[in-house]
Design a protein around this ligand. Structure first.
Ligand code: TNX
Length: 542
């Protein structure tokens, strides 16, 4: 008897302690009673978080179906019950930290900064009954359990990447995705804007980048990666669209880190402006690529090309306020450089021994350009080739990413963990044969990465001292889209695995527990499902 009472007490403690919040907060303590949320509940806000209050009201409206009143703190307007949004920069929390106190008399979210208020309101949304719950159709009254949350992010870079080069997605699809990132407290959207198969950003000084580079003649169809569908394909974002998306993300506390991938993965740009490639080699005939994989076309390390790169970065920096600018650097074959008389002359002049030295020379030149614009360079592992540029941040992706991360951190460079073996969402989440049995459009690049394996990932590699480990500034999942021909497929590959990454990036490592995550995920799935997200199926929670 005693035992069953104890078991019951434990059960209810768990139920109170673990509402369906993803990512799980750092600390949560249950209080007594509950807050009665109703159609009359309004929002009272500090004037410095007016935008956060407005967007919270919009989110509440889309959840509950009724529009809450919002009033500025200093106005003496009485509300029947209220959620208060405040700022307190003396809170002993990291940037983005907040406290959420819910009790019978009201709910208060206090942010260390505006981001903290934003995250607090995201938690609050997840504490309410999910969309589709009966209460929102009937009484519009719901109880929020009394509790106190004290929360802050584990990592400063909580990223999600999306390749729009292989396939192009509309501005509205991008905005919708940013909403989901914000819902899970991600703060970086890494927008991979250029590829061999398509250049997707309007650059005013070089109109052919999009006139020519944004379109290809064919795409490999699902089911046969070595063939061609023969259909012209393409698209790009205008600078006006980009400005709008950047502002949309900023209001949701998401920074967009743009990537212009160079010196490799540049075939589309080189097709548009052949003079910036290695035009002095035999058989030179650049075109926008129609097959996946690694292609030989690289930028030439000439002054003319560096001026082009500088111009592109100037326009890019005017559009994207992000401190970090991603310059790619991955998979740049050295074949063309080895054949180019111009590159040979440069190597002699600069004392460069091999292709890796040329790559390092290239990246260091680009770093200086970004430096002059007050920005920081981030690039994939291969920017290590021939020696890292002095202030570069490395996005570690090869294999488990440990080798590059440990070496870079020990050299004093910041790193972001984005391992191919753990966080590549272009890999299958169910066994390949089960997926392909559903149809060719379920094809992926390969690999197997179920959500529990994603969840188990620990970003800080072993072999770093506590001081060195501080260089691990964050973690990121990647969506490479060779095998994602439309937005439905992107959603299928991203959801619900991105929820696991949100928790890896935010929640203290010692609070992580897969069974708890899986049961909380059931509540979150209701949000996805209500919005019609084409998520993957999951095994039932235990
Ligand atoms: C490697 S990761 C690439 C991408 C591909 C991806 C496919 C990286 C920096 N480069 O170009 O799309 O593999 O998984």
């Amino acid at each position: 008897m005693k035992e069953s009472i104890l078991a019951l007490a434990l059960l209810s403690a768990v139920a109170v302690a673990e509402p369906s919040l993803i990512p799980l907060p750092k600390e949560m303590a249950a209080g007594g009673g509950e807050f009665a949320f109703s159609g009359g509940t309004g929002i009272r806000f500090d004037k410095d978080v007016a935008k956060e209050a407005e967007l919270f009201a919009v989110a509440l409206e889309s959840l509950t179906g009724s529009t809450p009143k919002i009033v500025r703190e200093e106005l003496r307007i009485l509300l029947p019950s209220e959620i208060r949004l405040d700022l307190d920069d003396s809170l002993p929390l990291k940037e983005g930290g907040y406290m959420l106190e819910a009790g019978p008399k009201g709910v208060k979210v206090t942010g260390k900064d505006a981001a903290g208020v934003w995250y607090g309101t995201r938690s609050l949304l997840q504490l309410l009954p999910p969309p589709g719950a009966g209460v929102w159709k009937d009484s519009k009254e719901a109880g929020i359990p009394a509790l106190t949350i004290t929360d802050e992010p584990r990592f400063g870079w909580r990223g999600m990447h999306l390749d729009v080069g292989r396939h192009f997605f509309s501005a509205d699809e991008i905005k919708g995705f940013i909403d989901w990132l914000a819902f899970h407290k991600f703060n970086v959207f890494h927008w991979h804007l250029t590829e061999d198969q398509g250049w997707r950003i309007e650059i005013k000084k070089y109109p052919k980048l999009t006139e020519v580079g944004a379109f290809r003649d064919s795409t490999p169809p699902y089911g046969n990666r070595n063939s061609d569908d023969g259909k012209r394909y393409g698209g790009f974002y205008t600078q006006d669209q980009i400005k709008e998306i950047v502002a949309y993300a900023a209001e949701r506390h998401v920074t967009i880190v743009p990537e212009i991938d160079m010196p490799g993965h540049m075939a589309a740009a080189i097709a548009a402006y052949p003079q910036f490639g290695n035009s002095d080699i035999p058989g030179y005939a650049p075109k926008v690529m129609t097959r996946w994989g690694v292609h030989p076309y690289t930028l030439a390390p000439t002054e003319e090309t560096f001026a082009f790169v500088d111009d592109v970065l100037t326009e890019l920096c005017a559009l994207f306020p992000s401190t970090y600018i991603h310059i790619g650097g991955d998979e740049a074959p050295k074949d063309q450089w080895e054949k180019s008389p111009r590159v040979k002359a440069l190597m002699e002049k600069e004392g460069l021994k091999n292709g890796h030295d040329v790559q390092s020379y290239f990246i260091k030149r680009v770093e200086k350009m970004l430096d002059a614009k007050g920005r920081k360079l981030v690039g994939w592992d291969e920017i290590r080739e021939g020696g890292l540029a002095p202030s570069a941040t490395v996005m570690c992706w090869q294999g488990d990413a440990v080798h590059s991360a440990v070496a870079s951190a020990k050299e004093g460079h910041d790193v972001i963990m984005a391992p191919n073996q753990r966080l590549y969402f272009d890999h299958y989440q169910h066994p390949e044969k089960d997926e392909l049995a559903k149809g060719l459009e379920f094809e992926t690049i390969g690999g197997f990465r179920p959500i529990d394996n994603v969840y188990a990932y620990e970003p800080v590699p072993q072999g770093l001292s506590p001081e060195e480990a501080k260089h691990v500034i964050g973690v990121q999942a990647q969506l490479w889209t060779e095998y994602m021909h439309d937005w439905k497929k992107v959603e299928y590959m991203a959801f619900p695995r991105l929820a696991a990454v949100a928790e890896i990036a935010w929640t203290p490592a010692d609070r992580k527990n897969y069974d708890s995550f899986r049961s909380r995920l059931d509540g979150i799935l209701k949000f996805y499902d209500a919005a019609g997200v084409n998520r993957a199926e999951l095994p039932a929670a235990k």
